[in-house]
Design a protein around this ligand. Sequence first.
Ligand code: ADP
Length: 655
Amino acid sequence: MSAVSAPSAPISRDDLRTFQLVVQHVPNMVVIADAERRIEWVNDAYTSITGWTLDEVRGRRPAAFLHGPGTDPEVVARMREALERGEPVAGVEVLNYTKDGRELWIALNIQPVCDADGRVHHYVAIQSNLTERKRFEQALSEQRRLLQQALALAHMGSWEMDHETGAMVCSDEMYRLFGRSRTDCACHWECFLERVHPQDLPRVREAFAQPTPQRPEHEFEHRIVLPGGQVRWLLQRGRTEFDPEGRPVRTSGFAQDITESKRNEKLERDKQALEQLSRAKTQFLSYMSHELRTPLNAIVGFSQLLQSRADALPPTVARYPDLILQASEHLLRLINDLLDLSLVESGGLALSRDRVDVPKLLHELIVLLDPIARKRDVEVRMEPGARMHCSVWGDSTRLRQSFINLLSNGIKYNRHGGTLTVRVLPGEGQVRIEFEDQGDGIPADKLDSLFEPLQRLGRESGDVEGAGLGLALTRSLIERMGGRIGVRSQVGRGSVFVVEMPRAEEDDGPVSRPAPWIEPEALAAPRPYGRVLCIEDNEFNCLLLEGLFEQRPGLAVSYARTGAEGLLLAQQSPPDLILLDMRLPDMDGHQVYAQLQQDARTRGVPVIACSASAYAEDIRQALSEGLAGYLIKPLSMPQFLATIDRFLPPPVEGR
Ligand code: ADP
């Protein structure tokens, strides 16, 4: 507000009337008030802007009806004081209100009008309406505030640099990003460059030094090092303006903190690399499983054949096949456990979600393990309550495998004449299964390593056979199925292994049965006649099959070493049964099977897969494609014979 000195010549009331006539129709609001600042006259613009007519305001002080809640009382007081001193006021901005309550910003110029003695007899106020401008200013400042807020949220600083001086104008966020304050930084780009990571500095300097009118925009990433040593990534984007001679004048741009997205990018890259590694590991394991089982098939198979003809062997060597079989069974268990453990740990083990009736499963397993329990004189007892139905969620095959481990440990590490008590305790949302033995127990300092692989906890040289893999695998499987496993033990008294599995409610769907290939083969009456085609490339396996088929002398067996040869033989003379190796030199078993299905001559022939892959996923896939059965190598002779008997045609009367 600037004071303007009072006019030197006095103005009469007649002069004012002339003035009224002149300003009646000007666009500004004009008010004439008496010495008491009561309104005497207002022009048309006043009425149209404020809504108040002359009749309504005559004799009233403007403050009485124009001011409102947003009017600044200090500005009003200062104005009044100036007027009381007889001084004019100029350019004062006040928030008034129109008659209907709308905000009305005005710029006020008030001139006291004096008589010849210098006494104020009137005031003339000329007011302009600033409301639109104020609204625009308010909208602008709100936009600026929002922009600043957005830039701060996006960790984005804005800046502008003068190329001649290197001086910069920066937003607050820019200082914050660089760990600078307005006081410690000379607002020169060198000051910001100090924070740039030494390895990135040449690149940053180059990017700023070389803008050309052809390439006025830049975008690049670099690191900065904050005072505490913390490294952050920034993305710089900017544009340079040039003078007519093509010299850079000014560059303006944004710097954005992209550390988080860089970190996420790295995490994503690491994750992909890990996934690739895990896929490679799974492939390798499946290859290894196949390669290790193939020779075992020959060892186990020929030992079984020898065992079946033990009568023909000299008495001194007659028990060797038994010993070879025992050792190879041990080796097979070891291979299976090792591969399963690696597979589950690499995340490559596919698990199904089945509803499993736990008491029923345990009961079956207790019957299965009865021969071992008898041998060790251990009584396995299910507590009466455990006989009721109670289901959990888990992969039925893997749950069975886990329970076999816990039951056989409870038998193996029990005392002679001891008891293994099994309890099933249904709870809220979960089911607890306890295996309590009366063995030696496990010392407290060994409990921690109990579930680690290859830990036998001092049993390495004892008479109990094992490799220290069962519990590690059991824990991994139980946890992957959403359960937990723990142990309580007292040296000299025994141990309690406790498994908790997610409970399945009775109305959660049908109870799952383990896949059919694990079920004990239903014993069929031998079917001695028929024609069998074996598609198998491995020489040892063919020899073994020949040996096994000697047990069924009435069968006519032919052999094909490749998929193509097998298809040809099958089509020329469709057999009664096909045994199909799933990995052949020219194609895989799935392709052979698909082609057999496409041909009307072979479509009805049952096909049994014969594979060294024991993965549940592979078995499920083969059975779902329509293969009639799946025999896992190493082949068990009884299971092999039972399976082929089942699929061969019934004997024809009189043959
Ligand atoms: P394994 O039985 O093949 O050695 P496990 O992983 O099943 O492998 O068990 C690891 C070790 O934990 C065993 O060697 C044994 O020392 C100990 N252990 C397991 N179960 C029991 C048990 N019920 N009582 C005492 N010790 C046990």
